[in-house]
Write a protein that binds this ligand. Sequence first.
Ligand SMILES: Nc1ncnc2c1ncn2[C@@H]1O[C@H](COP(=O)(O)OP(=O)(O)O)[C@@H](O)[C@H]1O
Ligand SMILES: O=C(CO)[C@@H](O)[C@H](O)COP(=O)(O)O
Length: 572
Amino acid sequence: MSTGNGPLYLGFDLSTQQLKAIVVNTDLKTVAEAKVDFDQDFGAKYGIQKGVHVKDQTGEVYAPVALWLESLDLVLERLSKAMAPLPMSRVKGISGSGQQHGSVFWNSQAEELLRGLDPAKSLVEQLEKSLAHEFAPNWQDHSTQKELEAFDAELGDREKLAEVTGSGAHHRFTGLQIMRIKRVLPQVYANSTRISLVSSWLASVLMGAIAPLDVSDVCGMNLWDIPNQTWSERLLALSAGPEGAADLRKKLGEPRMDGGGSMGAISSYFVSKYGFSPECQIVSFTGDNPATILALPLRPLDAIVSLGTSTTFLMNTPTYKPDGSYHFFNHPTTPGNYMFMLCYKNGGLAREKVRDTLPKPEGGATGWENFNKAVLDTPPLDMSSESDHAKLGLYFYLRETVPNIRAGTWRFTCNNDGSDLKETTEGWPKETDARAIVESQALSMRLRSQKLVYSPRDSLPEQPRRIYLVGGGSLNPAITQVLGEVLGGADGVYKLDVGGNACALGGAYKALWALERKDGETFDELIGKRWTEEGSIEKVDIGYREGTYQKYGKVLGAFEEMEGRLLAEEEH
Ligand SMILES: Nc1ncnc2c1ncn2[C@@H]1O[C@H](COP(=O)(O)OP(=O)(O)O)[C@@H](O)[C@H]1O
Ligand SMILES: O=C(CO)[C@@H](O)[C@H](O)COP(=O)(O)O
């Protein structure tokens, strides 16, 4: 491939299970990729599984920060090789993303250690000493029930909190996590001079100085007042105690409200060790979901479904319509726009659990062959005729967030119009579970996004125009088809060619826009001019199917009632 002599842009994604890096040229074409898989590369050393430690007794889920430091050196070593013969010195700008909500606690030595990084030593050798806490809470953590109740109550109720911060209280949101750390590990909190999000932490290491939080990622904390674009003093005081609000504000710093421009040049450590140019600029890093909506120019009514460890449903919208069950974030690049998001904890790993109840395919290339066959051999809602009962299931191996239902598996049936909803105790064949888990994940997204979608064309029912799939699960044709059947998509369902690397790609595009934008040029304007469908996306399903879409529509009420009954059981 000819890459000319123009500048290159590097995007990282520090997600739950991997650290990925992708380099693009000014035509948005990928020229090199590399990754570190935490379990494969460091599982034995750090005793992690799927990138994290899990403490079932408390609901804590956390990752060792040292693992990420080792991974950064390793991914850059791999990337230098993947780039050859292109020199790293061609990289003009770096941005990227981090798993949202996770936080890193720095101690008082951090700034000095970051400034003085020695290329003769590794990052982990030098920066392990910069931490006030060796672990970063992960977004799957659900140890903060007490804090969740306090946050929901603080401004009156959950809806009021959502109006102010874009979200009701969620266990994983950083304000709650900080409040818990202060309660259970007061010394760690006291020793923390600065607190970063995962995104700004990675930017800090690359810059050799503590980077500000990002305009979009800051909205995943339940601390940022979105209508007024400032820290909420009341919520800071709740998290850190009435006397501690000012101190917490100092630890967090003021976020950077411009998603573009440069925050500073790369640290000399990376110049000496990996051959970056000293002129290479670090652009603000954002959350992995905000970065995903930057992987292509996203029009209103288009939706992205990210099938990673978590499942997320994302839209770019000019309307701020907060609600306690979903999320609004500042758009990462466009002031006045927002990202709408639904986030499910029981995404890829829950589908894997159901897959693993089926016999292992012999010689299968992906390991998903039997799961896919079961999905495709089962009719929608497992109804072979109109008189059959529709089957609905919920498969939560972790406490879910949307809605906040305990871990467990439930199977219900109802009539084709949603009436006569009953829990079934006899169960059903394992093959039915394969279809039911994908349907239930899609039904939940359809239920909760209905207020944001409208009819894309005359006479079609309300639905997204295009649905773009990203993340590891987007490689799966059976999952893809069911998403199209349930969610529709008047112009079809598309997979991003970059598959599981969408957030890293969004990071690379962000770096390009940040450093090449003309006065007032938006991300969508600049990227829209250079982006081509060919080579970027592939149509994988027709999306809207008349009849099938309506069939799922008729059981949406029953689906909501099923969730409602399980929630009510927990309240009693
Ligand atoms: N062929 C496949 N079919 C279904 N799921 C898949 C397939 N390949 C990978 N996955 C899923 O993708 C998940 C990882 O997705 P990825 O986007 O890389 O994760 P992360 O959340 O760490 O960024 C795995 O947990 C796995 O369940
Ligand atoms: O908690 C959320 C969003 O609110 C998750 O989407 C995390 O941002 C990380 O997800 P993975 O990419 O690791 O699945």
